[in-house]
Design a protein around this ligand. Structure first.
Ligand code: 5FA
Length: 177
């Protein structure tokens, strides 16, 4: 599932970006766990270096209907990780309160982005990868990852994390930060 066509550089630009019928931008990524499933890898955002997120990026038009191809590519480009895909996770949606929204036919509100995440068990962490000069990488427990995602205001990524099989350690006291 999801063989990697490993490149030295990231695909860039939005000209190949795939959009859902609703108009939402389609994004794929991986929740990268260790074998024991008690740690996840987080990466720093390229735009906000102090914010920690999960490897993910735009699904491209030529990548077919199986979004695992895009998820595995983005995970290599952004995080330098290869591994085994263990499951497809439920789709999660942009939760920004101030997100620019798309109005549907009946004035219904459609999320701007839909995220297709997969659970991956890590085989290799390369020391050099396409975006290694612009992103940091770190291991986090469940509670540390959740704490970072709250700080980064990425609640949809918490939904994705909650849906995988990561072992949940004691929740951090958010008020202590
Ligand atoms: N963006 C930011 N917050 C979002 C949210 N809560 N829900 C949906 N989209 C959100 O920023 C990447 C893009 O995601 C930006 O256009 C931002 O407006 C939107 P990021 O998630 O902070 O990641 P990044 O800074 O690492 O950005 P890139 O990797 O450069 O961009 P992509 O993730 O789009 O990946 P791609 O260029 O590889 O396709």
């Amino acid at each position: 599932m999801g063989n990697l066509d490993k490149k030295d550089e990231s695909r860039v630009g939005r000209d190949q970006q795939r959009y859902a019928e609703s108009g939402a931008r389609m994004v794929a990524g991986c929740i990268c766990l260790n074998e024991a499933k008690d740690k996840v890898i987080m990466i720093s955002s390229s735009k906000h270096k102090d914010r920690w997120i999960l490897p993910k990026g735009g699904i491209e038009l030529d990548e077919g209907e199986d979004f695992v191809v895009s998820a595995v590519r983005e995970t290599w480009e952004e995080a330098g990780i290869e591994g085994k895909i263990t499951q497809k996770l439920p789709v999660v949606y942009d939760k920004r309160k101030d997100a620019p929204i798309i109005k549907g036919e009946f004035n219904d509100i459609i999320p701007k982005t839909e995220f297709h995440f997969y659970e991956m068990i890590i085989d290799t962490l390369s020391v050099k990868w396409p975006e290694s000069d612009k992103r940091q990488r770190k291991w986090c427990s469940y509670s540390e990852a959740k704490h970072e995602l709250i700080k980064s205001n990425r609640l949809e990524l918490i939904d994705a994390l909650n849906s995988c099989d990561i072992l949940k350690d004691e929740e951090l006291d958010e008020d202590a930060y």
